[in-house]
Design a protein around this ligand. Structure first.
Ligand code: CTP
Length: 219
C-alpha cells in the first residue's frame, strides 16, 4: 500500500495503556499492549506521513525516520503531550486505553498492609479525545476507538457525538480474537455522517491498512 493521500501529512497517535500511580511501587492500569496504535503509526509512516506517537508504558519498540515516539506514563502526561502536538496535526487517532480514573492522592512511601479492607479514592482523568474534539478546527480529522462489551453500536455512536470526533472505530470484546491480548482485531468504522464500514477479523497491521484506506476514501 502506498497511499499518496498521506504524503507529508502530520499524524498524532495515542497508544497503549496509562498507569496511574498509587505509591512508588503500585499503579492502576489496564491490559492494553499498544499493538494497534503502533501498527497505525508504522502504516502511516510507511505511507509518507510524519507521525508523533504518544505511548503509555508498553514493551513495544518502533524505529522509523518518520516516527517520533514520546513515552508517557499517566493520562495527564498523555493529555499534556497530545495538546502540544494537536494544533499542528492533520489527523489524530486516539487508540490509547486511557485510565478513566486516577488515585486521588499519591503516597510518597509504600502503602503498608494494615486493615482487612482498603478503600482507594479515585478522581476522573481528563478525556483526551474529548479535549481535542473541543479544540478541533475544520481541516483536522479526529478519530477515536470505542471498546465495548454491550450495546456496541449505540455506545460507539454516542461516544463519537459526545467527543466531537469525525469517525470512531468500534472494537467489540465479544468478538473472538479481538481486543487487547491478540495480534488480530475485528473492527467497524462509524463515520460522523452515519456511514458504517464493517471488516472481518484481521491482523492489527491489516486493520491499520483498512483504517488508512477508509480515511483516504472518505475525508
Ligand atoms: N479516551 C481518551 N481519554 C480518556 C478516555 C478515553 O482519549 N480519558 C479515548 C480513547 O483513546 C478512545 C475513546 O476515548 O479513543 C473511547 O475510549 P473508551 O475507553 O472506549 O471509552 P470511554 O470514553 O473511556 O468511556 P467508557 O469507559 O465509559 O466506555
Amino acid at each position: 500500500m502506498n497511499n499518496l493521500y498521506f504524503q507529508n501529512k502530520k499524524i498524532l497517535i495515542t497508544a497503549g495503556p496509562t498507569y496511574e500511580k498509587l505509591d512508588p511501587v503500585r499503579f492502576i492500569g489496564n491490559f492494553s499492549t499498544g499493538k494497534m496504535g503502533f501498527a497505525l503509526a508504522k502504516t502511516f509512516a510507511e505511507n509518507g506521513a510524519e507521525v508523533v506517537l504518544i505511548a503509555g508504558p508498553t514493551c513495544l519498540t518502533i524505529e522509523h525516520p518518520n516516527i517520533q515516539l514520546i513515552a508517557v506514563v499517566s493520562a495527564i502526561e498523555m493529555r499534556d503531550e497530545a495538546l502540544k502536538f494537536f494544533s499542528n496535526s492533520d489527523i489524530a487517532v486516539m487508540s490509547a486505553a486511557v485510565a478513566d480514573y486516577r488515585p486521588k492522592s499519591f503516597s510518597e512511601s509504600k502503602i503498608k498492609k494494615k486493615e482487612d479492607e482498603l478503600t482507594i479514592e479515585l478522581v476522573k482523568n481528563p478525556d483526551i479525545f474529548k479535549t481535542l474534539g473541543e479544540q478541533k478546527s475544520k481541516h483536522q480529522i479526529l478519530i477515536g476507538f470505542a471498546l465495548e462489551t454491550n450495546n456496541e453500536l449505540e455506545n460507539a455512536r454516542k461516544k463519537l457525538a459526545d467527543k466531537n470526533g469525525d469517525a470512531i472505530i468500534l472494537n467489540s470484546l465479544n468478538d473472538n480474537g479481538a481486543g487487547f491480548k491478540y495480534d488480530t482485531n475485528k473492527i467497524s468504522i462509524i463515520l460522523k455522517n452515519g456511514l458504517i464500514f464493517e471488516y472481518s477479523l484481521k491482523t492489527k497491521n491489516e486493520v491499520a491498512q483498512d483504517i488508512l484506506q477508509c480515511i483516504s476514501d472518505n475525508f
